[in-house]
Design a protein around this ligand. Structure first.
Ligand code: MV4
Length: 450
């Protein structure tokens, strides 16, 4: 039995994920409060929520990232909990602390766990000690360039320097030979210091052509952890994913079970709760190595929902109410079929330049095995202030081939007029023989670059 039942939840986000959380709340019989910036007055999350409060101007720093404004909205509307979505305040341990101090449940992991996972080199040390495979590298933060040179000589070049407070690709430097290390170390430190709260840098063996594979986690507040398989996220450009799928064509059943078993123990030991993702790199020989944890729900969660039949956002809310996975899940996790997601972005498909503006014509595909998560509608305006995600198009099939063909027909029936979108690029990817064979790594998209 849940220890609490939420009557009302505030969604501290915008766009498709705000709509996604409202969907889950409606199914659970929970009232919703939307918050919105002045640029989002006519966004559909405002329309579909039971209540909506304007929290500030368009600029995120003064609206979706403004903690006092969001907490005020939560107190005025007397909500029981806040769902942070992804991005914005979703992995801000200070925000999670303020929620708890205000008597509002934060739908996510505990502040101290978010904080640990946010310090990449500490998360790495924790996982290594828990028996999760990590790449050879520094035991902690690098003290100076000499230490880096000694370590790199043992590990072998190339190596990569990464910002401890980084993630998403910022503050990284690849080092190909010892002569370059001191200068690149200084650069990495300087960039980390100005971009993040800390200038700390650590070192790892560099994998030149990795696949990016991530495991979906659900964990209840009684210490039970379940792994909902993995997602293949290698098709990306400049750390912006273009499409994701589940399962990965490169992960074997034995490997999946092995990683799931070790992650269950590690995350249970960390006191991890709610939803999360554990990111790995796969090297050219097919071995998986932990790189970081994302302590939030992710954009690409729907592919996992298709192959497991589990509603991850509803599970997040029920876990936060104190329900156990034994109560939430229908039985043992089983993976069935194959799902692919295309992120339909408002951008030029060749140059990737953002393409905000009014959508003058809009038609969504549907039919068997197709799901669209979107906040957009005919005549809506894509504001220039936020990310360019307009919709997520997800296709399911009994096998990967069926999922690809279904995605192809759905892309051909997805009409967006008035702005540019990524659809033509995703059509080219679907038709690519290497993609169809599952032969690709994180460098795949470069071949489509002009
Ligand atoms: C790496 C790597 C190669 N070797 N680490 C980029 C984002 C950050 N989360 C980790 N990243 C990488 N770390 C080692 N030791 C290559 C990347 C990387 C990458 C990773 C996943 C997906 C796309 C990527 C694109 C470029 C570099």
């Amino acid at each position: 039995m849940p220890s609490v039942r939420f009557k009302k939840v505030l969604i501290a986000n915008r766009g498709e994920i705000a709509v996604r959380v409202i969907t889950a709340c409606k199914e659970l019989g929970i009232e919703t409060v939307a918050v919105y910036s002045e640029a989002d007055r006519y966004s559909s999350h405002v329309r579909f929520a039971d209540q909506a409060i304007c929290i500030g101007p368009a600029k995120s720093a003064r609206s979706y990232l403004d903690i006092p404004s969001i907490i005020s909205a939560a107190e005025i509307t007397n909500v029981d909990a806040i769902h942070p979505g992804y991005g914005f305040l979703s992995e801000n341990p200070g925000f999670a602390e303020v929620c708890e101090a205000s008597g509002i449940k934060f739908i996510g992991p505990k502040p101290d766990v978010i904080r640990l996972m946010g310090v990449k080199e500490q998360a790495r040390a924790f996982m290594r000690e828990a028996g999760v495979p990590v790449l050879p590298g520094s035991p902690g933060v690098l003290g100076n360039a000499e230490e880096g040179c000694e370590l790199a000589a043992k590990i072998g070049y190339p190596v990569i320097l990464k910002a401890s407070a980084g993630g998403g690709g910022r503050g990284m430097r690849v080092v190909n030979n010892p002569d370059d290390l001191p200068a690149l170390f200084m650069q990495a430190q300087a960039e980390a210091g100005s971009a993040f709260s800390s200038a700390d840098v650590y070192l790892e063996k560099f994998i030149g052509a990795p696949r990016h594979i991530e495991f979906q986690v659900l964990a209840d507040e009684d210490g039970t952890v379940e792994i909902l398989g993995e997602r293949e996220c290698s098709i990306q450009r400049r750390h912006q994913k273009l499409l994701e799928e589940s399962p990965s064509p490169a992960v074997t059943p034995a490997q999946r079970e092995e990683i799931a078993a070790v992650l269950k123990k590690a995350l249970s030991g960390a006191g991890y709760t709610n939803a999360g993702t554990v990111e790995f790199l796969m090297d050219e020989s097919g071995k998986l190595y932990f790189i970081e944890v994302n302590a939030r729900v992710q954009v690409e969660h729907p592919v996992t929902e298709f192959v497991t039949g589990i509603d991850i956002v509803k599970a997040q809310i029920r876990i936060a109410q104190g329900e156990t996975l034994a109560e939430i899940l229908p039985g043992p996790i089983e993976l069935r079929g194959h799902a692919i997601e295309c992120r339909i972005n408002a951008e030029n498909p060749v140059t990737f330049v953002p393409s905000p503006g009014r959508i003058t014509g809009f038609h969504l595909p549907g039919g068997i095995g197709v799901r669209v998560d979107t906040w957009a509608y005919t005549d809506c305006v894509i504001p220039p202030f936020y990310d360019s995600l307009v919709a997520k198009l997800v296709a399911y099939g009994n096998d990967r081939g069926e999922a690809i063909r279904r995605m192809q027909r759905a892309l051909s029936m997805f009409i967006v007029e008035g702005i540019h979108t990524s659809i033509p690029l995703q059509q080219k990817i679907m038709a690519d023989p290497d993609f169809q064979e599952g032969r690709f790594d994180t460098n795949f998209i470069k071949r489509f670059a002009k």
